[in-house]
Structures are given as C-alpha cells and as structure tokens.
Design a protein around this ligand. Structure first.
Ligand SMILES: N=C(N)NCCCC(=O)O
Ligand SMILES: [Zn+2]
Ligand SMILES: [Zn+2]
Length: 327
C-alpha cells in the first residue's frame, strides 16, 4: 500500500543490493544486481520493480540457448553499482527493486509455456510490480504484451531488434520467436498508432515482409538510420511517436552488432553499438514506460560474457527508467 501522509501505512525503506564494499561482488548467490529476492522482502511488501527470468527457447528458428540467459545475466550483473549516472538516479534507493526469480516454463508444450508466462507475469503486475523480464527467446514478448494490455489496454511498443519479428509462421507454427508482434497485432494488444522497430537490418524473405509490417502500423528506424541520423535525432523521433501512451520496450539483444553481442541465436552483421543502444534508452526518460524485456541472449554462443554484460547493463537502465516513476 502506498504511504499516506501522517497515516500508519508508511512503507519500510527499500532493501538494496548486497554492499560490495563489505561482501566482495563475486561472493554469494547471484540475483540481479545483488538485489534481494522477492521472497526476502518483509511480509506483504511488494517489489515496485521486479526483474523476472523467463528461461525458454523452444521458439527459436536457429541457434538455441536463450533458456540459459536469466542465470547468465544475473551472473554478469554482479558489477552493477547503485548510482546510474547516465540517468542521474539511484534506482535501488528510490523504490523497492527485487529479483522475482524464474518462471517455471514448459519447454515441450508451447501453448502451456505461453499460458505460464502470461499467468506469472500477470500475478506480479496485479500485485503492483513493474517488470523487466529477462528471456528467453523473443516468443516470450507475446504473453508479456498480453499481460500489459490486460492492465493498460493496447500499448505502444518500441521494439529494438535486428529483425522485424512480424513474420506469419515457421513450419506452419504461429508461435515462434520470429512472429510475436504479428500475433500481438492480430490480438489487438498493440496501439498501432505508436509502434516502431529500431535497429533492423539484414536480409529478408521478400520485400513483402516490409509491406506486411507497414500494414500493421510499424515505423522503422534501421540500424543504418541510427548511424546516419545519430542518437539524439532518433530519440526525438521516437518520443514524438510515443507521446504519453503506455509504452512497452522489447529489446532483442541481437539489435547489437555481433561484435557487441556474439551470444545470440540469429546474429546479423551491421548492428548498433551497446553505447548507442544505452544512450537511446536513456533518451526515453519521462515517457510512460510500463514494462520491458531483454531477450535472445544465448550464453552458449557468448564469449567473455560480452553479451550477458551488455544485457545486464541494458536491464539496469530499464530498471532505472521504471524506478524513476516512483513507488
Ligand atoms: N527474434 C529473433 N531473434 N529472430 C527471428 C529470426 C527469425 C528467422 O529465422 O527468420
Ligand atoms: Zn532478432
Ligand atoms: Zn527478436
């Protein structure tokens, strides 16, 4: 319950991460940013922002491995510090951020997997948490968007990805990591006046992929546009498109160049740098962000934790943006 002036419902101060000046950051169990687990909060206390794992990769068309991402991103998040200078904010002091653990997801029955993700995310959102979900392959964005729409109505979407992910089916299957946003469009859970891809590039099946995508309302800022126009111009264009609508941000780590994110399932050359991605995200400060995901990290293909570290930093900025909205 929110604290009321002079009332007796004052919430306790947020529990922050393990203090790395007292317990070395390589010691102990890995939670995201060394934050408390949700079940370690005082009874009845909610997480204002929860980091949730969705280990699942049964929807991939190429390299598997994203099922290992939540664990790998938690490990790679040990070095995150509590003050975020890029946004001039200390998220873990301002609100209660917690690690909500992993959803138990059926790796064999896809329909059940989608239901489990929708149910679990719905429960947390119903309890008042804003979610940053670590996938998992991109299939997981569909049940997460369903949860968002149940709470907020159709949401605006910024989709950072090398790929459109508005394809129709693979091998006749409608629910895959290349199709979540077409399904979301068909289900009416996106606000089609405010949806955009950022960072797309690479070969398509045919030119019709682009016309289909446009018909669903998507705007496109390609990876080359980011390079030519620069981060500030891109941020301004995105902000104008989104306005004050409830906004969901879905980040496929393959939006980064394979040099910045080698550990992913469907890598495409010519991508953004992690610096560009982080700066664009920071430019979304003040928008009505309601939730986010970071997907498609495939640790078996990673080297020196390059991809997991990038994903941890991306998740940290998303957590900060949500925390800046207050308790
Ligand atoms: N969502 C990701 N990462 N990739 C989709 C690629 C689908 C394809 O194989 O054409
Ligand atoms: Zn992708
Ligand atoms: Zn994707």
């Amino acid at each position: 319950m929110a604290s009321t002036e002079g009332g007796s419902t004052e919430r306790p101060a947020p529990i922050g991460p393990v203090d790395s000046s007292k317990t070395p950051r390589y010691a102990g169990f890995a939670t995201f940013a060394r934050l408390p687990r949700l079940d370690q909060l005082p009874a009845g206390e909610k997480a204002d922002v929860a980091v949730l794992g969705a280990p699942f990769d049964s929807g991939v068309s190429y390299r598997p491995g994203a099922r290992f991402a939540p664990a790998a991103v938690r490990e790679a998040s040990r070095l995150l510090r509590p003050y975020n200078p890029g946004l001039d904010f200390s998220p873990f002091e301002a609100v209660q951020v917690a690690d909500a653990g992993d959803i138990s997801i059926n790796p064999f029955l896809l329909d059940e997997a989608l239901e489990q993700i929708e149910a679990h995310s719905g429960e947390l959102v119903g309890a008042g948490s804003k979610l940053v979900t670590i996938g998992g392959d991109h299939t997981i964005a569909l049940p997460l968007l369903r949860t968002m729409a149940r709470r907020h109505g159709p949401v605006a979407l910024l989709h950072f990805d090398a790929h459109l992910d508005t394809w129709d089916t693979y091998f006749g299957a409608p629910y895959t990591h290349g199709t979540p946003f077409r399904r979301a469009f068909e289900e009416g859970i996106l606000d089609s006046s405010a949806v955009a891809h950022v960072g797309t590039r690479g070969p398509l099946y045919s030119k019709q992929d682009l016309s289909d995508d446009q018909r669903m309302g998507f705007g496109i800022v390609t990876s080359a546009d980011v390079m030519r126009q620069g981060v500030d111009a891109v941020v301004q264009a995105l902000r104008e498109r989104i306005g004050s609508r409830p906004l969901y941000v879905s980040i496929d780590i393959d939006v980064l160049d394979p040099a910045h994110a080698p550990g992913t399932g469907t890598p495409e050359a010519g991508g953004m740098t992690s610096r560009e991605l982080l700066e664009i995200l920071r430019g979304l400060d003040g928008l009505n962000l309601v939730g986010a995901d970071v997907v498609e990290v495939a640790p078996p293909y990673d080297h020196a934790e390059i991809t997991s570290v990038a994903a941890a930093h991306v998740a940290y900025d998303l957590v900060t943006l949500l925390a800046m909205q207050g308790r």
